[in-house]
Ligand binder design. Structure first.
Ligand code: NAD
Length: 277
């Protein structure tokens, strides 16, 4: 038996993280598209990692439970990464809320029951959640602690009609939910944190840069404090630290890694974007 690393969402960010924490362990790669999980497994296996690839749907509790059963066959579940998600331009409101908000909450709840002593979890949220206005104390508490099955019926969630708002609320919920679950994970000797990336270059982001909105994107990137987009590896480096022995005093926290974009959106050169969000 080996320690097991589980990744759901086998895209660029998720792969960068498991490359850093998966050596000598069994890496389970799950994705809604089995071919995405399989292609990530092929790349990692050619780089010396032991992997298995499965189809897995973050938005389904049944699928998450099947993923846990699969992962347990290889050994204790030590590291878990939720890097699955759909963005505002990829899906309608209901899908964004079901995958990004509800699915991530199921992931935190179910993996929080099985994660091994000394383990760690990472959820990939987004800078987008930091752009949402401040919520009331009652709304924050509900997103952090309401029973998972009740989240989508909360009136202020059920009334969302705009895909960007659906994404922003989902990503804010990820951060609050991590706070709400941290105590339970700690009882098992495990940490859990979220990372909120800014624009990270992936095939999808590259398509945006080449597409009709490319000029707007380039202007925004050149005006942000760091003057460029981020890379999946930079997110991977942060996750590696949080999941390492040096990160054991860090749990229930969110880490914004966005080249200063959020700071600039509120108080710097990117304030012009407020008119469009
Ligand atoms: N790339 C960015 O600029 C950026 C910025 C901020 C946050 N994020 C977040 O990072 C995470 C990973 O995104 P990425 O950039 O690596 O994108 P990606 O498209 O490369 O990876 C996302 C993966 O999630 C999978 N997926 C979608 N729905 C799923 C579901 N229901 N169950 C299981 N898998 C599912 C997709 O098939 C895809 O392989 C997402 O949560 C995204 O919101 C990305």
């Amino acid at each position: 038996m080996k320690n097991t690393v589980v990744l759901i969402g086998a895209g660029s960010i998720g792969q960068a993280i498991v490359r850093r924490v998966g050596a000598g362990k069994h890496v389970v790669l799950a994705d809604l598209k089995l071919e995405a999980a399989q292609s990530a497994a092929n790349i990692l296996e050619d780089a010396g990692f032991e992997c298995s690839a499965v189809a897995g749907d973050l938005s389904s509790r049944e699928s998450i439970l099947e993923l846990i059963e699969h992962a347990r066959k290889f050994g204790p579940i030590l590291n878990v990464v939720d890097a699955a998600g759909v963005s505002p331009s990829q899906a309608p409101v209901a899908t964004i809320l079901k995958v990004d908000l509800y699915g991530t909450s199921v992931f935190l709840e179910e993996f929080g029951k099985v994660v091994a002593e000394g383990g760690s979890g990472i959820v990939i949220s987004s800078q987008s959640g930091h752009r949402l206005h401040a919520l009331s104390e009652e709304e924050n508490t509900a997103l952090a602690t309401a029973p998972t099955e009740e989240l989508l019926s909360l009136p202020f969630i059920a009334s969302i009609t705009d895909t960007l708002k659906a994404y922003q609320y989902s990503k804010r919920c990820n951060v609050l939910r991590v706070m709400g679950e941290a105590q339970k994970w700690a009882r098992r000797g495990a940490t859990v944190n979220s990372i909120s990336p800014g624009i990270i270059i992936t095939p999808l982001a590259n398509d945006e840069l080449k597409g009709p909105r490319g000029d707007g994107y380039r202007k925004m990137l050149s005006l942000c404090p760091c003057g460029r987009a981020g890379t999946p590896d930079e997110v991977g480096d942060l996750a590696e630290f949080l999941m390492s022995s040096r990160g054991r005093w860090i749990t229930g926290a969110d880490f914004l890694i966005d080249g200063g974009t959020t700071a600039s959106y509120f108080y710097g050169d990117l304030q012009y974007l407020k008119a469009t969000h």
